[in-house]
Every structure is written in C-alpha cells, then in structure tokens.
Design a protein around this ligand. Structure first.
Ligand code: UT7
Length: 329
C-alpha cells in the first residue's frame, strides 16, 4: 500500500547518528552463551555490535544523533514543528521518547510522538513525515529511528542475543528545490507477528518467564527474503523506475545472508549496496539511518543519486522508499 508521491519535493536535509561506546564482539558473546565467532559470522555476517550501559536509555543514545542532524541541516530547534521517534524501546511507554527529547532540546513548537513498527519503524516514520510536510501540516520535521534492543533480549537465548545491537539515527525532512522522495511502499502482516514478538510487554495477560523478545528465526528469514524483494520491486514500479537506475541500495541490516539474497534477486550491483551489519548487528529502527550515514561518509550520497531503502521487521511489517538525494532546502 501507499504509492508514488504527489510530486511535492520533500527531502532529507540533515542526518545524524549515534551508537553506544561499548563494543561487544562475537568472542565476548561466546563468554556467556553457547556460540562462536565462526557461527555468528557465517550465519549472519555480524562481527560486533554496540551495547548500551545499564544507565543509558534510548533518548541518551538518540539525542546526539538528533543534534547532529539539526546542525547538518542548519536547522534551529524552534523551526521543527514535528518530531516522530520510531522505536520499540522508548525510555518508557509514556512520556514518549519524542516528547522527552523535544523537552531536552527546548523544542517548544513541535508535535511529538513515538511510532511503533518494529525494525520498519524508520520507514513508516519518514513516510508519515512526508505526508505531513507535503500536505503543509508541517514545515520542518525531525524523524528519529533508534532502538536499544539489548534491553529487551533474553541474554540466555543464543538464537536472538547475537543478532541485535543498539544505535540510533535522525534526519531533518523539509521541502527541497530538487529531488526528494518519489514514493513509498508500506505493509503489515499481523498474522505472522507471532514469529517476532515481545509477550508481556503490553496489556495482554502473560504468564511465563521474564518478558523478552522472542523470534522464530527461520520463519522471519523466509518472510524477510520475500518482502525485501517484493517491497523494493513495488516501490520501483510505482515510481516508474528500474533497479538499474538505483545508485545506492540501503537495505535493513539484519543479516548479511538476507541482504545477499535481496541483492541477487533484485539484480542490483553489490557495490551499490550499503552493508554495515558486520559492525552494528541489527539495530532495528536505527538500521537504515546508520546505513545512510555510512553511505554518505563514503561519498555515495551525491545530489541526484537515486536511493532505494527497504526495511522489515516485527509486526510483521515492511517498507520501502525511493529518494532522489538532495541535501539542501
Ligand atoms: O529485523 C528482523 C529481525 N530478524 C531477522 O531478520 C532474523 C532472520 N533470521 C535469521 O537471520 C536466521 O534465521 C538466524 C541467524 C536467526 C539463524 O540462522 P539459521 O541459519 O536459520 O539457523 P537455524 O535457526 O536453522 O539454526 C541452525 C543451528 C541450530 O542447531 P541444530 O538444531 O541444527 O542443532 C541452532 O540451535 O544453529 C543453532 N544456533 C546457534 N549455534 C551457535 C542458533 N543460534 C546459534 C548461535 N550460535 N548463536
């Protein structure tokens, strides 16, 4: 669902990221769960991830990313009228992470709310911000994507604990003179939600061990390989573009094998693909902005570059966006 845009030129004019300082390698992991560096690298491509300290909550990690994005856009906090934070690990359910960050930043003129769409959260959030900006409801928006999944893992479950890491990114979105978002494709399949869930985290009565993220890896793998391709194909079709025209492919960083599968099926050149899952693991809503920042650091986000982003995750959800990069308003 969702489709090509109305033609309003809305782009990303500022980008910032931040990850916790502590690096946890695969060998570190092998000290407390029955795993090995070899298994993790072969099955996932992950070498290390960042893990927040006990005292750090999402907003502590996200705020430096937000400040960097604002500075990058040359935007003052007073100009931001919308702050959406995509996360499944806010500091607490309410007050929302977005309201807390708006307060810390002295952002007095912004509507602020959290958005929950699993690892696809950032894709949903940029589509929402696009809609608000294109309709004129918002003039300048800040979208944050970040998670500290380390806080909700069962640290005795080797099948999940090795996959995830903590991190956040933020973008400023506003009208641009050239380029901008060309289209979005978003979807959800709650029927498959059971394969990646967090029972005991909400109002549904739960009896069992301490609530933690639970995943049926094989089922999510099948889902992921399917939607990473179908969603990208759909957004390209809606926008009248072909995969050959894409300059930079930014897939959700969950597993290198999933990325390789999508690259092969879509027929996109591996050198156009951004991969940093080896350094960060799966940072959920932080994944796409962290990958975008790496692409920019490598000089790949030149003005006019066609950028394809696809996320997928809990819900089950998926989402793609096609963006003609244009860094100035
Ligand atoms: O944003 C979306 C989030 N999630 C994902 O995208 C995850 C999608 N799924 C995956 O990436 C993969 O399914 C995993 C990486 C989770 C697992 O890889 P797999 O190749 O599907 O492994 P498997 O689940 O089929 O397990 C193979 C074996 C099992 O042992 P047996 O039954 O063959 O004896 C597991 O118990 O590997 C074992 N295993 C491990 N061994 C060492 C599972 N986790 C580990 C581990 N270290 N950490």
């Amino acid at each position: 669902m969702i489709g090509s845009t109305s033609g309003q030129r809305i782009g990303i004019t500022g980008l910032g990221t931040n990850v916790p300082e502590t690096v946890m390698t695969n060998d570190d992991m092998a000290r407390f769960v029955d795993t090995s560096d070899e298994w993790i690298r072969e099955r996932t491509g992950i070498r290390e991830r960042r893990i927040a300290s006990q005292d750090e909550a999402l907003t502590d990690i996200a705020l430096p990313a937000v400040r960097e994005a604002l500075a990058d856009a040359g935007a003052d906090v007073s100009e931001i009228d919308l702050l959406i934070c995509a996360t499944v690990t806010p500091d607490m359910l309410f007050p929302t992470a977005s309201a807390l960050m708006a307060d810390t930043l002295g952002m007095r003129n912004a509507a602020a709310y959290d958005l929950l769409a699993g690892c696809t959260g950032f894709m949903y959030a940029i589509a929402q911000a696009y809609g608000m900006l294109a309709s004129g409801l918002s003039k300048k928006a800040l979208v944050v994507g970040g998670d500290l999944l380390s806080k909700v893992l069962n640290w005795e479950d080797r099948s999940t604990v090795v996959l995830f890491g903590d991190g956040a990114g933020a973008v400023v979105m506003e009208p641009v003179a050239t380029g901008g978002f060309l289209g979005f494709e978003l979807g959800a399949d709650g029927g498959g939600g059971i394969h990646l869930c967090y029972p005991g985290s909400g109002s549904r009565h739960y009896e069992g061990p301490k609530p933690a993220l639970m995943m049926n890896g094989r089922e999510v793998f099948k889902f992921a390989t399917r939607v990473m391709v179908s969603s990208a194909d759909a957004v390209l079709k809606q926008c009248g573009k072909t995969i050959a025209e894409v300059d930079v492919y930014v897939p959700h960083q969950a597993n290198k094998r999933i990325i390789d599968y999508a690259v092969g099926k879509l027929g996109i050149a591996p050198e156009k693909t951004v991969v940093n899952v080896d350094r960060y693991g799966n940072t959920s809503s932080g994944s796409i902005p962290l990958a975008l920042a790496d692409a920019r650091a490598e000089g790949r986000l030149t003005d006019g570059a066609l950028v394809l982003m696809t996320g997928m995750g809990a819900g089950l959800t998926w989402g793609s966006a096609l963006l003609e990069w244009s860094s100035s308003a």
